[in-house]
Design a protein around this ligand. Structure first.
Ligand SMILES: [Zn+2]
Length: 246
């Protein structure tokens, strides 16, 4: 390996450790986001549930008002019944009274039905609240785990970042920017070894993507110290301590 690839290889080892740290951090953050999303969903469902409770109560209030106005009207009709002068008047008032009685009993059944519905809904509220408590506990646990992880790895991360800075100083800006671009695309794995296959040893593949690498590329890697990218995955290729062909 020439000096450029050698320096990039040192950078790669540091970059790999940094990537591992970042991936772990990201996993903790994903868990936190997942917990928060579940809390939000539970809250939306709970709000809809509370809305249903409110609608029940409104139905009960409305039916209560109807019952009250029917009762007032029935009281008036009872007085009128006593004061009726003709049979015809009496019969008409009695019919009205009976209709009101039937309506009242209909509204009373409705109130009972809505009250039962409301009781059932209120019973379910506890489930939402219990869920919320559990989910919040889980969120707190995940947040603590992330904070612990950050605390535990802060020193190591600082050392890695410093080492990365030092390693980067030795690399030409154009090579460094190529490295960074490829590393970003492949989760920190910017470099790939060229592996020799076959009994005759004239077949080569990129260890990053397992696709074949031409002999021309291999010869370039043997003869010049420069960046050669895999045609398929774009990783920076290098030859390991392959014995020189005799
Ligand atoms: Zn490749």
């Amino acid at each position: 390996m020439g000096a450029i690839l050698d320096a990039l290889d040192r950078l790669q080892k540091i970059e790999r450790d940094l990537s591992r740290q970042r991936a772990k951090q990201a996993a903790y953050r994903r868990m936190i986001a997942k917990c928060q999303a579940r809390i939000d969903t539970n809250q939306v469902e709970y709000d809809a549930h509370l809305d249903a409770v409110r609608r029940c109560q409104m139905g009960i209030d409305e039916a209560d008002l109807d019952i009250k106005s029917r009762e007032e009207s029935m009281a008036k009709h009872r007085l009128a019944l006593n004061a009726a002068k003709t049979n015809k008047d009496y019969a008409a008032i009695l019919t009205a009274l009976n209709t009101e009685k039937a309506d009242t009993s209909k509204y009373e059944s409705k109130v009972l039905e809505l009250m039962a519905q409301k009781d059932e809904l209120l019973g379910q509220s506890e489930v939402f609240e219990e869920n919320n408590r559990k989910l919040r506990k889980r969120l707190e646990k995940s947040e603590n785990e992330l904070a612990d992880f950050l605390d535990r790895t802060r020193g190591e991360l600082e050392l890695l970042e410093k080492a990365r800075e030092d390693a980067a100083i030795e690399i030409a800006p154009s090579a460094l920017s190529s490295f960074e671009r490829v590393a970003k695309k492949h989760d920190g794995e910017a470099m790939a070894e060229v592996i020799r296959l076959g009994s005759r040893g004239d077949e080569h593949i990129c260890d990053g993507c397992n696709m074949s690498v031409t002999l021309e590329v291999v010869n370039r890697l043997r003869s010049v110290d420069e960046l050669v990218l895999c045609h398929t995955c774009g990783r920076i290729l290098y030859l390991s301590t392959e014995p020189a062909p005799s």
